[in-house]
Each structure stands twice: as C-alpha cells, then as structure tokens.
Design a binder for this molecule. Structure first.
Ligand code: UGA
Length: 435
C-alpha cells in the first residue's frame, strides 16, 4: 500500500519506519527542514534505541523516503497518517493547528480515495472538525480513522513492531479493511485489534495516559506518607503490584512524570472534560501531586545542604526518562532551574541527552563523564533511572566529592552499598541512611 506519514517526530518516524518494514511504500513528510535534511542523509534526528538500524534497513530497501513537500508525500497515497504535534495552549486545551493544517494538506493533494488515519493525541470530537474540512476541501472520498498510538519513547521501535493493541476508531468497514491490511504482519498473535467508534478511540488515548499518570501520582503521594511514617514506598508498591487488579507498573515514586505526552495530555483531557460539562478534578490533583514530587526533592536537597548558594550539585540524568535524548518537560531540567534559581552551581550529566539539555537550558553546564561532574560536588542527585547509574563506582565517587550526599530521585541505588561507601543516602519514599 502507498502510505504518506505527515509529521515525522517520535511517533511519525517510528510509524513510517514500521510500516515500511511491514512492506508498504511509505513517504514521510515534515515541515521542519532540518529534520527532513537529516533523514535524507540517512540520519535519525533523535535518539531512540534501534531506530537508526531500522531506518538504514527500510531506506536501503527503497520502502521509505522523505520529502519536505506535502504534495509529494500525499500524491497517489492510499492512506495518510497524521502524526503531528498537539502541544498545550496557555488554557490547557490542545493546540490543533498542526492537525488542521495536515488535514488541509491531505484534502488539497489527495489524488483519489484515501484513508486518513489520525494518530496524534487529540481531544474527543476532533474527528468531527476533520470531517468538515474533508467535506469542503476535496471531492475525493476520505475515510477517516482515529488510531491513537501507544508507543513509549525509549522502547518505541519494539512497541511499534510488536504492538499489544491496534486501536481503530471508525464506522467505515472499508477503513477497517485497509487498517487490517496495513497491520497484517502483527495482527493475529498477541496483538488485539480494537474496532470502536471514532469518539471512543480519541477518548481512550487520553484515558490511558491520564490513568498512567494517576498511578505515578498515587505512588508519589504514598511516598510522602511513607517518608513521614518511616515506611518504604518500594515495598508498598511491590505489595500492591502483586495484586493483578492493581499491577506493579507505573507505581515508581520519584521526581514525577515528564515528557511530551503526559503533562500536555492531562491538561487537554481536563480541559475537554470541562468544556463538555464535567469537572474532572481528579486530574487536577494528579498534576498537583506531580508538581509536589519535584518540590519535595528540592526540599530534601536544601535540607541536606543547609545553604545551597554556591554549592555544586551534580544531576545524573537529564532526559525525562531513560532510553531517550528527549528533555521536553523533563523533571531533571525543572529541578536544575529550581536549584539554579536558589543559587546553586548545577552540573548535569546524561548518557544521551547532554546536547538537548544544553540546548533547552543554555546556562546548564553538562559533562560527558559523571566522575568529572562529581569532582568537588556537595550533592549528587539521581534524576533519571538510566541503568548505567546502578553501576557507578561509589567508592571512587566518595573520593572526589566535597560532601558525600546522594539524593536518589528514582530509587535506583542500593541503600546498603551507598552507606557502605560512606555517603549519606536520601531516597524517595524510603528511609534515609547514614545522615
Ligand atoms: C507515554 C505512554 O506510556 C505511552 O503509552 C504513550 O503512547 C505516550 O506517552 C504518548 O502519548 O505518546 P512516554 O511519554 O514515552 O509514553 O513515557 P512513559 O514511559 O509513559 O513515562 C512518562 C513519565 O513517567 C517519565 O517521566 C517517567 O520517568 C515517569 N514515570 C513512569 C514515573 O515517574 N514512574 C513510573 O512508575 C513510570
């Protein structure tokens, strides 16, 4: 099948590469010239494990190409995936201008019947707006589908090649036929195909992200109570998680959730619910607890250091989660801003995200070597649970820091080992040691 993918960011590029891998002829388009230039040179514009290798394979096989011209991507396509950004507006509502522009581009450039697959996360009822554009702007038949994406950064290639579900919102049998053909290589086995109406599909994506954020905030609220009572939030989460009705995933307390999706999706979901007449106050509480998780870490650092002015603080992990160089809405960068504002000298280290962090926060000093960052530090803070931080040589670190204090914002270290190396250890929602 001939497929156009409009928007080749984290979702669009992985989707384009996956569909090409499945054997379809895919053309990716983006209005960001730098991104398209990079892709034309064969270089993935961001870090995602396995993505470069997958791109090499499908570009070499001639199944995937890129263009800055939307007409070139859409001309002759049987299907067009819309994978553009939907950032938050100041009032919390999703900004759908890029989605609207993509729809106009498809309508103007379609050369025959086309299935339009809306993959960007959008508020419920966006499809009605899109339908009216297609009704006005093209004489070709447009079969509209909402098929939100569930891939996670850091495991996006794996999630996309082996999805656990394909969600398809459409009441058009022909559209379902096309979707099943597109995803034929993965349907059947463990991957469920959900066939629902278009509004249900749109809303389900917001519901999933909001619920995952709710689990994280529940764990962070528990962490505060555990800290006050001397209980251990990791054990509490393990006990809760052993109940299959609850599940252990996304119960890790820490600095809170960040990234491009959860923060904007919670705002948008709350806003659209409000517009529809329901005050989804629970979501406001989830967001409040998330902000509190960061504030609590700032407080712990200040308590440990007494006066933070001029103290050197090393932040380990700058990306919003491990396995990515994405620093959008990264709790680590928000922490860096808060500590810098309080007068601290903040140094950051990330296995992949140093350049992106520096780009977003030009004042932040970043180092490639965590030991260089620790040299003379008064406090080390673990902000992102990159697996490499578990293997840090604590004895070596102890030899080079000015004050031996570790604040573990992701509970990655072993308390016994940290104390044995001579550090004061301040984890999240667990009893501190060696204070
Ligand atoms: C999220 C969803 O998990 C995906 O299913 C969805 O497709 C995607 O958003 C999207 O809407 O595009 P992602 O933003 O890549 O994926 O990252 P997550 O793995 O969900 O993590 C989000 C944040 O929560 C990270 O900052 C992570 O560190 C934090 N987190 C996660 C916790 O603080 N505790 C946990 O237990 C789990």
């Amino acid at each position: 099948m001939k497929v156009a993918v409009i928007g080749v960011g984290h979702v669009g590029l992985v989707t384009a590469a996956t569909l090409a891998y499945f054997g379809h002829d895919v053309v990716g388009h983006d209005e960001d010239d730098a991104k398209i230039d990079s892709l034309k040179r064969g270089v993935a514009p961001f870090y995602e494990p396995g993505l470069q290798e997958l791109l090499d394979q499908v570009v070499d096989s001639g199944k995937l190409s890129f263009t800055g011209d939307p007409a070139q991507a859409i001309r002759g396509a049987n299907c067009a995936f819309v994978c553009v950004g939907t950032p938050a507006r100041a009032d919390g509502e999703a900004n759908l201008l890029a989605v609207e522009n993509a729809a106009w581009a498809v309508a103007r450039n379609a050369t025959g019947e086309i299935v339009v697959i809306q993959k960007s996360t959008v508020p419920v009822s966006t499809a009605d707006r899109l339908r009216s554009i297609f009704a006005k702007a093209t004489t070709h038949r447009v079969r509209l589908v909402s098929s939100p994406e569930f891939l996670r950064e850091g495991t996006a290639v794996e999630d996309s090649l082996k999805p656990d579900r394909i969600l398809v919102g459409s009441d058009d049998p022909q559209a379902h036929k096309v979707m099943k053909e597109l995803y034929a290589p993965v349907l059947g086995g463990d991957c469920r195909y959900f066939e629902v109406d278009i509004h249900t599909a749109e809303l389900a994506k917001h519901a999933c992200n909001a619920f995952l954020a709710l689990k994280i905030s529940f764990a962070n609220a528990l962490a505060r109570v555990c800290e006050a009572s001397g209980a251990d939030v990791v054990s509490v989460a393990d006990i809760m998680g052993s109940d299959p009705r609850i599940g252990r995933d996304f119960l890790n307390a820490g600095l809170g959730y960040g990234g491009y999706c959860f923060p904007k999706d919670l705002l948008a979901f709350k806003a659209v619910a409000g517009r529809l007449g329901y005050d989804f106050g629970l979501l406001e509480e989830v967001m409040k607890i998330n902000r509190g998780a960061l504030d609590s870490t700032v407080r712990k650092i200040k308590d440990a250091l007494w006066n933070v002015e001029s103290k050197r603080i090393l932040l380990l992990g700058l990306s919003f989660k491990p396995g990515t160089d994405d620093v959008r809405e990264s709790p680590a960068l928000n922490l860096a801003k808060a500590l810098t504002a309080a007068g601290a000298v903040v140094v950051g280290h990330d296995p992949q995200a140093n350049a992106a962090a520096q780009h977003d926060l030009p004042g932040l000093k970043v180092v490639d070597d965590p030991y260089e960052g620790a040299d003379g530090a008064h406090c080390i803070v673990i902000c992102t649970d990159w697996p490499e931080f578990r293997d840090l040589d604590l004895v070596r670190l102890k030899g080079i820091v000015t004050l031996p204090i570790i604040v573990d914002g992701r509970n990655v270290l072993d308390a016994g080992a940290v104390a044995e190396a001579g550090f004061s250890y301040i984890p999240t929602g667990r009893p501190p040691s060696n204070l």
